[in-house]
Design a protein around this ligand. Structure first.
Ligand code: NDP
Length: 291
C-alpha cells in the first residue's frame, strides 16, 4: 500500500512555481484575499495560503471585513479588485456568514480573476471541457494527486462521495471528462443514496468528500482500491495543544490494509488545495500579461 504524500507533491509544485515566478522580472503575480469574520478555520486557511504565496514570490493582499458586513460593502470591494489591473487573482474565503449569498458573491468576481474556480462561467467551462477556465482548487488538487501518483482512471469505476459545488460535483466532472486522468465511469453518492456500501465496494478509485469523520470503513471498500480522502473533520482531543485532532472521512486504520493507495489526513488533499490556488494565480497572471 502506498500512502500518497500530499505534502511532498504539493512541495514539488510549489518549487516549480517558485522557479517560474522568479523569472518574472517586471511584475509579480498578485492575489487578493477577502476574509469575513474571525472563524478560526478561515483565519488559519488564509494565513497558510498567504505564507505559501510569499514563498513563491506571489504578492498577497488581505482585505478583512467584520461578520456583519453588508453585501453592498463586500461587492464594492470585489468590484475595486476586479478593476485593479495589478490584481491577478481574487479569493473569497468560504464559508461566508449566512446573510451573504455565496453564489452571488463568487459570481461577482471577474471570471479571469476567479482563481477559486467558483464562478458560474468557470463551472460551465468545466462542464464543457473548455480548458481556458479555472478549475476549483480542491478537485484540481485531487486530479493532480491521481496524476502524479500514476493511479489509472481510464475505464475504471470512480465513486465520488459528496455532490457539493466545490468538491464532489467538479471532482466527478473531472473524472468523467475525455482525457487523462479521466475517462472513468463515475458514480456520485450523497445523503439520499441507498445502500451506499454496495456502491463503494465497486469502486476502483474512491473519492470521499462528505465531512463525516471516519465514515468509510474497511468493510466498505474492495481490495486494491485507491482512496482519496478529502474530508477534514475536527475531533475533540484534549491531549493536543489545540484541543482537537484532524481526521478524514476515511477510517485509515481499517481501509489501509485493503487499499493500494490512500491519502492521509492531514497531509493528503489539503496541501494540494493550496498548491492549486497558487498555480491558478500564476495562470491568471499569464492571462493578464498576454491580453
Ligand atoms: P458539503 O457539506 O458542502 O457537502 C457534503 C456532501 O456530502 C453533500 O453532497 C452531502 O449530501 C454528502 N453527505 C453528507 N453526509 C452523507 C452521508 N452520511 N452519506 C452520503 N453522503 C453524505 O461539504 P464539502 O464538499 O464542502 O466538504 C466535504 C469535506 O471535505 C469536508 O470535510 C470539508 O472540510 C472537506 N474539504 C476539504 C478540503 C481540502 O482542501 N482538503 C477543501 C474543501 C472541503 P447532500 O448533497 O445530499 O446533502
Amino acid at each position: 500500500m502506498q500512502v500518497i504524500d500530499g505534502n511532498a507533491i504539493a512541495e514539488a509544485i510549489i518549487k516549480e512555481l517558485t522557479k517560474e515566478v522568479s523569472a518574472f522580472t517586471e511584475r509579480k503575480p498578485v492575489v487578493a484575499f477577502i476574509r469575513v469574520g474571525e472563524d478560526p478555520a478561515s483565519v488559519s486557511y488564509v494565513r497558510k495560503k498567504q505564507k505559501t504565496a510569499e514563498r513563491i514570490g506571489i504578492e498577497s493582499r488581505l482585505h478583512l471585513f467584520p461578520e456583519d458586513v453588508s453585501e453592498r460593502e463586500l461587492f464594492n470591494q470585489i468590484d475595486t479588485l476586479n478593476s485593479d489591473s495589478t490584481v491577478n487573482g481574487i479569493l473569497i474565503q468560504a464559508p461566508l456568514p449566512r446573510h451573504l449569498n455565496e453564489t452571488a458573491t463568487f459570481n461577482r468576481v471577474h471570471p479571469e480573476k476567479d482563481v477559486d474556480g467558483f464562478n458560474t462561467l468557470n463551472i460551465g467551462k468545466l462542464c464543457q471541457e473548455d480548458a481556458s477556465g479555472f478549475v476549483a482548487c480542491t478537485p484540481a488538487g485531487i486530479v493532480e494527486l491521481i496524476k502524479r501518483s500514476q493511479i489509472e482512471t481510464e475505464g475504471r469505476h470512480v465513486v465520488v462521495l459528496g455532490r457539493s459545488q466545490i468538491v464532489g460535483k467538479p471532482a466527478a466532472l473531472l473524472m468523467m471528462r475525455k482525457g487523462l486522468p479521466g475517462n472513468a465511469t463515475v458514480t456520485v453518492c450523497h445523503s439520499r443514496t441507498k445502500d451506499l456500501p454496495s456502491i463503494t465496494r465497486q469502486a476502483d478509485v474512491l473519492i470521499a468528500a462528505i465531512g463525516r469523520p471516519n465514515f468509510v470503513t474497511g468493510d466498505m471498500v474492495k481490495e486494491g482500491v485507491a482512496v482519496i480522502d478529502v474530508g477534514i473533520n475536527r475531533l475533540e482531543d484534549r491531549s493536543k495543544k489545540s484541543g482537537y485532532r484532524l481526521v478524514g472521512d476515511v477510517e485509515f486504520i481499517t481501509v489501509a490494509p485493503k487499499a493500494d493507495y490512500l491519502t492521509p489526513v492531514p497531509g493528503g488533499v489539503g496541501p494540494m488545495t493550496v498548491a492549486m490556488l497558487m498555480q491558478n494565480t500564476v495562470r491568471a497572471f499569464h492571462l493578464a500579461q498576454n491580453k
